[in-house]
Design a protein around this ligand. Sequence first.
Ligand code: HEM
Length: 121
Amino acid sequence: SSNNSTLYQQINGEQGVEKLVDSFINQIGRDEQILAYFKQTNVAHFRQGFITHLCSITDGPCDYKGDNMVDIHTGMNIPEKDFNRVVELLINAMDEQQIPQTVQNKILSRLAPLRPEVIDI
Ligand code: HEM
């Protein structure tokens, strides 16, 4: 059982997080509706920031030092529908990386509280 390991270890550490974020970015690249939000984005910067943030919220050895979620997403006016779509794209990426369902659910439950920091601001 992996009950004694961090969520970060359960997604295969640094290499696992990098692969997951690359799959996620690929998913975004194939979704016109969501891709539109990223038109002005430096993808390399987004990739590194998302990797560090994910490492941090899965109790990995990272300290996310980027802007907070509210500051980053303010002015994007993201509706709930698009938030839900991004969650779907992340699930697709986790499926692609064959992350077990139980582990996926734990990751999603750590992202859920951030919802009000991202939606409609
Ligand atoms: C819980 C959900 C979410 C989390 C945890 C999250 C996290 C992040 C993080 C950590 C970054 C910064 C990466 C960096 O350091 O540059 C970022 C940037 C960004 N996010 Fe989110 N995000 C979420 C939901 C969304 C949604 C739903 C959208 C759009 C539909 C979105 C659009 C963006 C865009 C466009 C950027 C890049 C901003 C820029 O160009 O500087 N995010 N997000």
